[in-house]
Write a protein that binds this ligand. Structure first.
Ligand code: SAM
Length: 354
């Protein structure tokens, strides 16, 4: 029985399950999700293999907010501890020829304990797969990646992922180094957001030296640090104290004001970023106001999600933003992701083209 395996942050399985269920229903590929609390993944089964495959092929991964990565699993395997490779080679379903191999596991304590096993097992398995022509001898990123997702040393799902419709990072996690000069760890959230929500071409086009930016809820300055590092000039709005090191760059103006009332003094603000801890609907309305008024071109912001039904909340907020911009006849793009560095929140990118 084939299924779609989706990786998510531990504790967000029900949101990830609600999201894939929603999209599957929209595409009329009906099925059901299996999700164990705190397991770090969700299994989604349609009622036929053809539908599971069609769902995997037709849904754009970028539409999924809570999934870090996903793949089409052809079989769930119980491996012989003494000959795992032989158990894998008994696969009955037809795998496409793959150009790379990914051995992965859930982002949980139990999952992380499988890391050294996966590292050790990877090389002998790769050799055997090349010998049996399941895998190309030379890595080929244009071909699907063969996926093994382990929940123990003897249990895994085996399948493949489309390298153009998923997350290429190991376990779907982009590892970033914390810059020692940054004043807070949340700097990694904005760094990751630029890396994940924009592609390289967009980063080159949208993040340009000398741009003006506004950071709402800026203190102590982790997000401002990312903007300053990209040679931008930043208006930092917050009643709290900003890190001295940032003020010394001469690129930051600190305004002790309410982020919901602040209006930009200049007409050439490119970026609005916002990390204020507030109700997500209130933050969304504020972002809509900025984009609709042309006070900024691009917005990157967090929606804090302390509630239970996080998928519903995000869905409502994104709809509010998209419909609000559409009603004004504004061409726009809105993308959202639950990033690795996000906890009880998701990050949204929005852009209006005029
Ligand atoms: C999560 S922290 C921001 C951390 C910051 N992004 C960083 O990387 O250092 C949230 C900040 O929002 C500020 N804040 C909350 N409500 C605000 C408001 N209405 N106006 C301005 N700042 C606000 C708080 O003072 C706090 O410093």
């Amino acid at each position: 029985m084939s299924s779609v395996i989706l990786y998510c942050r531990s504790g967000f399985e029900s949101d990830c399950a609600a999201e894939i269920q929603f999209h599957a229903e929209q595409l009329a590929y009906f099925g059901y999700a299996k999700a164990l609390a705190d397991s770090g993944f969700v299994e989604f089964n349609c009622y036929s293999h053809e539908h599971t495959q069609a769902l995997y092929q037709s849904l754009d991964f970028r539409q999924l907010v809570f999934a870090r990565h996903w793949f089409l699993a052809l079989e769930e395997l119980q491996l012989d501890e003494n000959n795992r490779i032989a158990s894998i080679l008994t696969l009955e379903q037809q795998l496409p020829k793959c150009g790379s191999l990914r051995l992965e596991y859930p982002d949980t304590n139990e999952g992380k304990a499988l890391s050294s096993f996966c590292k050790k097992f990877s090389r002998p398995l790769e050799k055997a797969l090349i010998k049996h022509h399941w895998l190309t001898a030379k890595a080929n990123s244009k071909l699907p990646a063969m996926q093994l997702f382990f929940t123990s040393g003897t249990h895994c799902w085996l399948g493949y992922s489309d390298t153009r419709n998923g997350n290429p990072q190991h376990n779907g996690i982009l590892r970033l180094k914390f810059p020692s000069q940054a004043p807070s760890r949340s700097t990694l959230k904005l760094d990751e957001a630029f890396m994940v929500l924009l592609n390289q071409q967009e980063r080159e086009q949208y993040l340009v030296n000398g741009q003006h930016a506004v950071d709402l809820g800026a203190c102590p300055g982790g997000w401002t640090y990312q903007l300053v590092r990209r040679n931008m000039f930043v208006a930092a709005i917050d009643n709290g104290p900003m890190a001295e090191s940032l003020m010394e760059t001469g690129q930051v103006q600190h305004y002790r004001e309410d982020g919901f009332k602040y209006q930009p003094e200049r007409s050439n603000v490119s970026w609005l970023v916002c990390d204020m801890v507030e109700r997500p609907a209130k933050v969304t309305k504020l972002m809509l106001k900025w984009l609709a008024n042309g006070w900024c071109q691009y917005a990157m912001f967090n929606l804090k999600l302390p509630m239970k039904q996080r998928f519903n909340e995000v869905q409502q907020d994104l709809t509010l933003l998209r419909e609000g911009l559409a009603e004004l006849g504004l061409q726009h793009e809105v993308r959202a992701k639950h990033l690795y560095h996000d906890r009880e929140e998701v990050t949204v990118f929005a852009r209006v083209s005029r």
